[in-house]
Design a protein around this ligand. Structure first.
Ligand SMILES: Cc1cc2nc3c(=O)[nH]c(=O)nc-3n(C[C@H](O)[C@H](O)[C@H](O)COP(=O)(O)OP(=O)(O)OC[C@H]3O[C@@H](n4cnc5c(N)ncnc54)[C@H](O)[C@@H]3O)c2cc1C
Ligand code: SF4
Length: 475
């Protein structure tokens, strides 16, 4: 609960960032976690509100008031134990979670929310610094074998939970490194990859086996996986990107965001990448206003782009939400990321009509302003404009998982092409195919790291119950 009067005495303090001029010269993290004393004071702001809405706002139901109080008392050792009881990877969420918990914080109704994410960040960093994060190998082995297809946060959380109750877990990953979008989507400046490597070492010591370059449904047969393992979890993410079907789409210089972001992460990891798409000295236009688009902005700034413009089709959201209407839910409001702060023009209600080029290369973009009436979009006459663009990055979200792997396993899909499985009751996370389960973006569609961790943990429990008849894993 923190200090009874803490919320009256202390202001919210955000984590400090390194200056823009320094940080855009490299790909290192630039958010500095709170000092012990700062974290103690921030923990003190958590009040005895009675019903901790923050815990229901958090998809993994982190026991936030308890660790806030423990940090206030400077009992960091117990704080990490409470945090780990619901979250396998606080070093990921403490860095890149959008913190829906803070939107739901009771203090957020008429003041600034408790800085929950920054306290989480401080707890886990201290735990690693003090070697409190150690392997938790199982007391006994069950002799059951589980394959996890995909090594993003959903697959990793499922694998860790299952290994800790004694199953032999093999993670099959088609890429050359483990981590899913944590590794090859989210840029290093938001989350350095040593955090994944450290967790992998812990998980290997707990008995998890990682196998890379295993493209299930391609170079590894789905049938063999089904025959070899007692259960399979499909956690392959939602990788199929939304395209922009306008004239000029085929021009050189028009790329999906992931074709721009992934190679950069590989270069930071020390790989040599042939023909890397670079934003250096270019006019960059990013189409799409979400996380992926913002990561393209941050990467383009680090490449040394001449100009960066980000367009969004939807109208500009309000700067502030009407809390009386939306609290404790996640509000639609204008969000300015650290990448936007580093330099970028943004505009909303913009529809790209055509990509124009010379000699097969993109040179510009033709667009117009739109207005939205009753959920329908209309072009505003006379607003058409053309602007220069040497690099156009398409960051309009992801439509569905790649269908091939789902078809290879023969699992039923929902109407959006995701693996069909429920999340409640008997048979939850089970697909239509016996002993095949699904979790994370592959089941729920494009989402967040924290939701992937939740689904991985819950799917692990469902698999454990399926294999053993009952489970001691948390729901
Ligand atoms: C650029 C970008 C930035 C993002 N930023 C944030 C952020 O800041 N905060 C946040 O919370 N969320 C963010 N997200 C969303 C978040 O990364 C995802 O919701 C989350 O990673 C989903 O986890 P997952 O485990 O379900 O799938 P993924 O992380 O997508 O992992 C799936 C893994 O499965 C592997 N795979 C797929 N098919 C096969 C196959 N047939 N055989 C073997 N392996 C296979 C893939 O290679 C991949 O490694 C971002 C997403 C993107 C694209
Ligand atoms: S995981 Fe995300 S939602 Fe949950 S407490 Fe941490 S920052 Fe908040």
């Amino acid at each position: 609960m923190g200090k009874v009067t803490g919320f009256l005495e202390y202001e919210r303090l955000s984590e400090a960032n390194l200056p823009v001029t320094d940080r855009v010269r490299n790909y290192k993290e630039f958010v500095l976690h709170l000092t012990d004393d700062q974290a103690r004071i921030q923990g003190a702001r958590c009040m005895d509100c009675g019903i901790p809405f923050c815990m229901t706002g958090c998809p993994i139901n982190n026991i936030i008031p308890d660790w806030n109080d423990l940090v206030y008392q400077q009992d960091w050792r117990r704080a990490i134990d409470v945090l780990h009881s619901t979250n396998n990877f606080p070093e990921f969420t403490g860095r890149i979670c959008p913190a829906p918990c803070e939107a739901a914080c009771t203090l957020n109704i008429n003041a600034d929310a408790v800085g929950i994410k920054s306290i989480e960040h401080a707890i886990i960093d201290k735990a690693w610094e003090n070697n409190w994060v150690v392997p938790q190998p199982p007391a006994a082995k069950t002799g059951k074998k589980v394959a996890v297809v995909g090594s993003g946060p959903a697959g990793l959380a499922a694998a860790q939970q299952l290994a800790r109750v004694g199953h032999d877990v093999v993670v099959l990953e088609k890429q050359d490194r483990i981590g899913g979008l944590l590794r090859y989507g989210i840029p290093d400046f938001k989350m350095e990859k040593s955090h994944i490597d450290r967790r992998m070492a812990q998980m290997e010591a707990e008995g998890v086996e990682f196998r890379v370059n295993q493209n299930v449904g391609e170079n590894v047969k789905a049938e063999d996986v089904i025959n070899e393992y007692d259960a399979v979890i499909l956690a392959g993410g939602a990788e199929y990107p939304r395209d922009l079907p306008v004239p000029g789409r085929e021009l050189d210089g028009v790329h999906f965001a992931m074709d721009f972001l992934t190679p950069q992460n590989k270069v930071v990891a020390g790989d040599k990448v042939e023909n890397q798409i670079m934003a250096t000295n270019k006019h960059v236009v990013v189409i799409g206003g979400g996380d992926t688009g913002s990561d393209c902005v941050g990467t383009s700034n680090r490449h040394g782009a001449v100009s960066i413009t980000q367009f969004e089709l939807m109208p500009q959201p309000p700067e502030k939400e009407n809390k009386e209407l939306v609290w404790p839910d996640w509000p639609l409001k204008l969000r300015t990321s650290s990448s936007h702060e580093e330099g970028c023009e943004r505009d909303w209600s913009i529809m790209t009509k055509e990509l124009v080029g010379e000699n097969g290369k993109v040179t510009g973009l033709k667009a117009a302003r739109v207005e939205w009436k009753d959920g329908r979009m209309q072009e505003v006459p006379g607003t058409e404009f053309t602007m220069p663009a040497d690099l156009v990055l398409l960051a309009m979200g992801f439509v569905s998982p790649v269908q091939k792997v789902l078809d290879a396993f023969g699992v039923e899909k929902d109407n959006r092409g995701n693996a069909k499985a429920t999340t409640d009751g008997e048979g939850c996370y089970a697909t239509s195919k016996p002993k095949v389960f699904a979790a994370g973006d592959m089941r729920r569609g494009q989402s967040l790291v924290v939701w992937a961790i939740r689904e991985g943990r819950q799917a692990a429990r469902a698999v454990d119950e399926f294999l053993m008849g009952s489970s001691t894993l948390p729901r």
